[in-house]
Design a protein around this ligand. Sequence first.
Ligand code: PLP
Length: 451
Amino acid sequence: MTVLPNSLHARDIAYQIHPYTNMRRHERNGPIVIERGSGIHVYDDQGREYIEGLAGLWSVAVGFGESRLVEAAARQMAKLPYYHTFTHKSNEPSIELAEKLATMTPDGLDHVFFTNSGSEANDTVVKLAWYYNNALGRPEKKKFIARNGGYHGITIASGSLTGLQVNQRGFDLPLPFVKHVTCPHHYRFAEAGESEEAFADRLAAELEATILAEGPETVAAFIGEPLMGAGGVLVPPRTYWEKVQAVCRRHDVLVVADEVINGFGRLGTLFACEHFGIQPDMLVVSKQITSSYQPLAAVVVSDAIYQAIADQSERLGTFGHGFTASGHPVATAVGLENLAIIEERGLVANAAKVGAHLQARLRAFADHPLVGEVRGVGLIAAVELVADKASKAKFDPPGKVGFRFFEKAHEHGLIIRAIQDSIAFCPPLIITEAQVDEMIDRFARTLEDIQ
Ligand code: PLP
C-alpha cells in the first residue's frame, strides 16, 4: 500500500513502536488501521470488512460493539472513574468481581489479586510463590518449571516463564530461576510409534526427574496453560495433566494454571481446568474477563496460600505488592457486565456447540497436501502447514508460508494469527455456525492462493 505523507499511516510509522512487528517492514508497508467493530467483524479505515478470526488477541468473547459494556463503563466512569485498592481502600465493582471470580473458579480458589495484564498477573504468581515460601520458612524453594512452547507474557519474570524463542532472543531471557521441560505436543515431540498415553507418561517422568535433579526443596511451582495458545494451539494428551499434577503433589510443588486464553468458555467449559481435570493452587485469568474492552487480569489463589501470605504481611507490616490500577473500578465494572453477558447468552454452551462445528469443518482439511495437523478444542483451533506431509518437515525458514498466509488472508477479509506456519483460530464466543462456515470459506480461498 502507498503511504501518503502526513496520513494516519505515515504518522503511525513515524511515532509508534509496534509489539511483535518487524519495524523495518512496517516502515515500508505501513499499518492496517482498524477503525470500528461490530459482532465478529472489524473494519479498517479503507472501508474493508474482516472476520476477526482471533477475537483480537484471543479475547473479545462477546464480540465488538457490545453496547452493554460501553454503558457499564460510562456508568462507572460517571460515578467513580478511578480509585485504588491500596492500604484498606476498596470499591464496589472490584469487591463484586472478586466474589464472582471466587464463586466461578474451581473449588478451593477463593482469594483474588487484580492486575492490568496477563504478564503482570504471572509476575504476581512468581512473587506470591516466593513470598509464600518465605512465609513458610523455606527460602530455598523458589524455582519455577514451565514448558517449551508455553506463553505467559513478556515482562522479566513472565517472559522467563514463557518458553518461546521469539520472546527471549535478543532480551537475555530467561532468568535462571526457570527450568523448561518438553512441550506436550504429540505431533511434534512424541517419539516414533509412541502413543499419547506413553508420551504423557514420559513427560511426567521427565518432570519428576527435573524436580529431583534440581532438588524438590528448591522448586516452588509448575506453571502451564491447560491448552497452550500462543505457542500454536497445542492440545496435550488427555491424561497429561493428571500425571503432571500427581508429580507436583508428591514434591510439594504448586500447580499454576494460566487460563489467560482458556478461561471463560473458550474450550466449551467455563475453565479449561474442568476439561483437563486440573485442581490448581493458583489460576490466572485475563482477556475474556472483560472481552478486553478494559485491561484487566487476576490471580485467584487457594486459601492455604492466602493464609500464609496474610500471616507474612502481618509479620512484615504490609504486603508490599500492587499496581496503581489493581481493582480498577471501571475495568472491574466492565468485567462484571461481560461475565453477566457470557452467562445470560449461554456463550460457554455456544462455544461447545459451535466449537464442535468449527473443529469438524477444519478437520476436513486434514488431507490437504499442505496440512500437517489440525488441532483444537471448542472455539480454539489451529491448522499447521508443512513443507512435507509425510516427514512433517517445516518450511525453511519456519514461518515463511504462515506469514504469507496471514497477509493474503486480509485480501479475503479474514484476520487469523500465524504462529510460525500454524494458522490459529479463536473467534468471538458469539459466533454462529453460519459465520463459522463463512470464516472457513475465506480460509479455504486463502489456502488456494498460497499453494
Ligand atoms: N498468559 C497467556 C496464556 C497468554 O496468552 C498471554 C497473552 O497472550 C499472557 C499470559 C500475557 O498477557 P498480556 O499480554 O496481557 O500481558
